[in-house]
Design a protein around this ligand. Structure first.
Ligand SMILES: Cc1cc2nc3c(=O)[nH]c(=O)nc-3n(C[C@H](O)[C@H](O)[C@H](O)COP(=O)(O)OP(=O)(O)OC[C@H]3O[C@@H](n4cnc5c(N)ncnc54)[C@H](O)[C@@H]3O)c2cc1C
Length: 496
């Protein structure tokens, strides 16, 4: 029977909050979800203008099995809610020297693409690298990804051979360079550090596990756009009896006798509850929803992003659904982001065109370009409120120059018909993300995985966290796992 195990309030209808709500409702809790926006998905939103449509946040989906698990545990089949299409190629990569390669999930086809693009010398290295990334996944998966945060006791009990296999003493870049001779391929595999907002020159080699989840397990796109995923999560939650209240921002987590007892809304109303799950960015939540709680800014935020959504005249068959135009100086790009904390002058450009798969996302003869560049988290070193216009113009110019080197462009100066943008400042204001970070905290040190907050509050009983800033980290699949982990912790603590 719905609700016979107690009442839980979830704050935030991001993917973490929705996943927790779904799991809790499936386990028999009564769930009320309050969200300050008028839609689900948080960073996973959509924008429409002049016949164009863009996803505003995530564009690459990996780890399909995680979403299947969420639906299966609720007695449903994901494919009844979402049509997930495998992407082939996953990404088309372009370099300034004219080199290009399609990254594909089939290992033999990828070896052939490597041979054709860069000659035979790295084919064996690729096979070795993929075996290594798979081993990382086998070792890291259970203790670090698929359950709630491991305690020191769990870590100490790991066999020494597994600890060594985690490969935390090298950086990602060092491990990638040990497998590939060609600098293009080193850059391609280094790039996976950005999937959780980190630098390959600092993040531990453990993060090479990301290559396994994308290159061996594949990447997916929900027909209709990624925002469909948020709508699918919303539909399932509603079917399970979750009460979703949009445009109802929370103002305070009420604590009584050392335990979460409900949520006070901005309109003054209080929703009493047996437990609270907070999907708001951890640091932001502690600053704004838990007055007087300990500060939580010891960890380095992940990088942020600068997004241009362009409605473009013309159709470009040389481009794929996902495209990367690499900078000529990758190290400099990460130094700009994490050391100098300024928007990089010459960043790698990511270009996603969902109208390649869903033509109705742009008027006939046009494309919907989503351009993302990595940017530093907010700091006094770069003032987006005064620099955004100039930077947008700069990135547009860089994009057209990069594209012009790779493909024929008709009337490049007149291509862009519509433009919308998001700066790191917008990301902070829209979703309540600490310093505009996209993925919560960076993984730029060996200890971040252990320092990242867990899914249970350490001091306040019956308060749980789900989302990219807590275990196991950012990105849609991990955030879904974090919702599951928060729900499991809560269900354990509130055993009947
Ligand atoms: C530009 C961009 C590109 C990305 N690309 C990818 C990608 O390709 N692949 C990938 O896997 N991930 C990607 N990500 C990351 C991914 O979007 C996030 O990791 C994930 O969506 C975060 O989900 P979440 O539930 O942690 O938080 P959020 O999506 O931030 O949700 C938090 C929710 O809490 C709500 N909220 C905040 N304060 C309150 C309050 N006081 N009361 C009520 N509600 C409140 C917010 O409105 C929001 O809906 C990208 C993100 C961005 C921004």
């Amino acid at each position: 029977m719905i609700g016979n195990r107690g009442h839980v309030v979830v704050i935030g209808a991001g993917i973490g909050g929705l996943s927790a709500a779904i799991r809790l409702a499936a386990r028999g809790f009564r769930v009320t979800l309050v969200e300050k926006l008028d839609r689900p998905g948080g960073k996973m939103g959509e924008v429409r203008a002049d016949g164009f449509r863009w996803d505003t946040g995530p564009s690459v989906l990996t780890m399909r099995h995680v979403y299947e698990r969420l639906f299966r545990a609720a007695g449903r089949d994901l494919s009844d809610y979402l049509d997930l299409l495998p992407l082939d190629p996953i990404t088309r990569y372009f370099w300034r020297d004219g080199a290009t390669i399609d990254a594909v999930a089939d290992e033999e086809a990828m070896c052939e693409n490597i041979r054709r693009a860069f000659g035979p010398r790295d084919v064996d290295g690729y096979r070795r690298f993929m075996r290594y990334a798979r081993r990382l996944h086998d070792v890291v998966g259970n203790p670090f990804l698929y359950r709630h945060k491991p305690g020191w006791r769990d870590l100490i009990s790991l066999p020494l051979t597994d600890v060594l296999k985690i490969d935390a003493l090298r950086t990602m870049h060092q491990a990638v360079s040990a497998h590939f001779k060609d600098p293009h391929l080193v850059q391609l595999f280094d790039r996976f550090a950005t999937y959780n907002g980190s630098s390959p020159y600092r993040a531990p080699a453990t993060l090479n596990v990301i290559a396994h989840v994308e290159m061996a397990q594949g990447a997916w796109y929900p027909r209709g756009g990624i925002f469909r995923l948020a709508r699918a999560w919303e539909r399932l939650a509603t079917e399970l009896g979750v009460e979703i209240r949009y445009a109802e921002p929370a103002q305070e987590i009420c604590v009584q006798g050392g335990a979460a007892a409900g949520v006070r809304l901005a309109n003054g109303a209080v929703i009493h509850a047996d437990a609270v799950v907070c999907n708001v960015d951890y640091t932001w939540a502690r600053q704004t929803l838990l007055p007087g709680s300990a500060r939580a800014d010891r960890l380095e935020p992940s990088c942020s992003g600068f997004v241009l959504m362009l409605g473009v005249r013309g159709v470009h068959p040389e481009l794929a659904h996902h495209n990367i135009f690499f900078t000529g100086d990758y190290r400099r790009e990460f130094d700009d982001i994490f050391d100098r904390r300024v928007a990089p002058r010459d960043p790698t450009l990511y270009l996603c065109i969902t109208s390649k798969t869903d033509p109705e996302h742009a008027p006939a003869g046009h494309e919907n370009w989503f351009v993302l560049v990595n940017a530093p988290f907010l700091s006094p070193n770069f003032d987006w409120s005064s620099e955004a216009d100039r930077y947008a113009q700069h990135i547009r110019g860089l994009l057209i120059a990069n594209l012009g080197r790779a493909i024929p462009l008709a009337e490049p100066q007149a291509m862009v018909q519509v433009e919308r943008r998001f700066t790191p400042l917008d990301l902070q204001m829209a979703y309540g993300g600490h310093r505009g970070a996209i993925y919560g905290f960076s993984s730029n040190t060996r200890t971040t995985a252990f320092m990242r907050p867990g899914n249970r509050d350490r001091d306040i009983a019956r308060l749980y966290y789900a989302g990219g800033s807590v275990h196991p980290g950012g990105g849609v699949p991990l955030v879904t796992l974090s919702g599951l982990a928060a729900a499991e912790c809560l269900a354990q603590d509130l055993q009947p």
